[in-house]
Ligand binder design. Structure first.
Ligand SMILES: [Zn+2]
Ligand SMILES: [Zn+2]
Length: 370
């Protein structure tokens, strides 16, 4: 049995800051890399670890962080600690487009003229593109069963109570929301697309993209071949299980892809791990195995719960599972909990252990034992 204690903490100051719920310091790492914590206001994650990667022509910033004035101040202070300024930034790589990673990219590009790189599958998930695709589907009349946005999906497909959905949606659909698709202002479109195995175009540095779908469809890890380090984004974190949600219509389920992407991490077990949250560590194969085991147990719990309840809706099933808080205390994050439950059910359905027909007509589809 592997436990978190079997990981070797490589950043005692970061680990201490994580425990004490404060911001860790900017740190210079081996081979000229820099770790810059960028705060996420009012969020229990507290900060994103942004990385500065030097090359012959300037710096690449991996995951600039959440878009706020406080975040911008922290990022530019980190650049200054590295003896640089925004104008020295030649490129930005987003491991994925969640706002705590990609939010500040637009502002950094405006201040630097840097190119922006991400995986092509990730670019398709940019909120602006999703909203456009949603509108196109609706105009074609192709929206299934009159389902509108995440709220409609929760009610009509998952069987969530209407008043709870309104409560959840009020939190998630901010002022930029359109057609039920939450907005995060203008998120930067990519100039450079990085596919699996591609080198980041930074002369003098061998920084290789490894496509690790799961947390998002186009999530990238970056392997610094000089520093023997792997920047894992949100794919692997030392003490947090990344959220896996449903992205239907993209081949294998996201959980199947995530488990495959975790198995790939064993190749880099001798590398230092530079995650986007918490702290640096060693023991990547062990941590990947812990995460695989977590999902195995979750799958077993779900199969058992379905057998016990008998044909629950997705909402009833999620309510029954073990979460770190009670179902009511989870509040609006029940949207993520439902996404996580759906991801497991889709995976189990693919393996023939359960069945669930999200497109079924006539109300929420029950989850059934196969
Ligand atoms: Zn993320
Ligand atoms: Zn994150």
């Amino acid at each position: 049995m592997v436990t978190p204690d079997t990981l070797e903490v490589r950043a005692p100051l970061q680990e201490q800051a994580w425990r004490e719920r404060v911001l860790p310091p900017v740190e210079r790492l081996d081979h000229g890399l820099w770790s810059v914590p960028v705060p996420i206001p009012d969020n229990p994650l507290r900060y994103t670890l942004s990385y500065l990667v030097p090359g012959d022509t300037g710096l690449v910033v991996v995951d600039p962080g959440w878009d706020s004035d406080e975040g911008w101040t922290a990022l530019t202070a980190g650049l200054a600690a590295a003896g640089a300024s925004a104008s020295d930034v030649v490129g930005v790589v987003a491991t994925h487009v969640h706002p705590d990673h990609h939010g500040l990219t637009d502002r950094l590009r405006a201040a630097s003229d840097a190119w922006v790189a991400m995986h092509p599958a990730e670019a398709e998930t940019l909120p602006s593109r999703q909203a456009a695709a949603f509108r196109a589907r609706r105009e074609e009349g192709g929206q299934p069963r009159g389902v509108t946005g995440a709220g409609g999906w929760l009610k009509q497909v998952c069987g969530a109570p209407a008043e709870t959905v309104d409560e959840i949606m009020a939190v998630f659909l901010g002022r930029d929301a359109e057609d039920g698709v939450p907005g995060f202002g203008s998120m930067a479109e990519p100039d450079v697309l990085l596919s699996d195995g591609d080198l980041v175009p930074l002369p003098g540095r061998r920084l290789r993209a490894v496509w690790t779908p799961g947390h998002t469809p186009g999530h990238l890890c970056l392997v610094d071949e000089t520093a023997q380090a792997v920047l894992t984004g949100d794919h692997v974190l030392p003490g947090i299980t990344p959220n896996i949600s449903s992205h239907p219509g993209q081949g294998p389920s996201m959980l199947a892809r995530y488990l495959d992407s975790l198995a790939r991490m064993a190749d880099y077990d001798d590398h230092e791990v530079l995650p986007a949250h918490q702290y640096r560590f060693r023991g990547l194969a062990t941590r990947a195995e812990q995460l695989i085991e977590h999902h195995r147990q979750r799958c077993a719990e779900i199969v058992a719960a379905v057998a016990e309840i008998g044909e629950p809706t997705m909402w009833q099933l999620a309510e029954r599972l073990t979460w770190s808080r009670t179902w009511a205390q989870i509040g609006p994050m029940r949207l993520a909990a439902i996404g996580e439950t759906v991801a497991h059910v889709e995976y189990l359905a693919e393996r023939g252990e359960l069945s669930w027909d999200a497109a079924a007509a006539g109300g929420p589809a029950p989850v059934r034992a196969a």
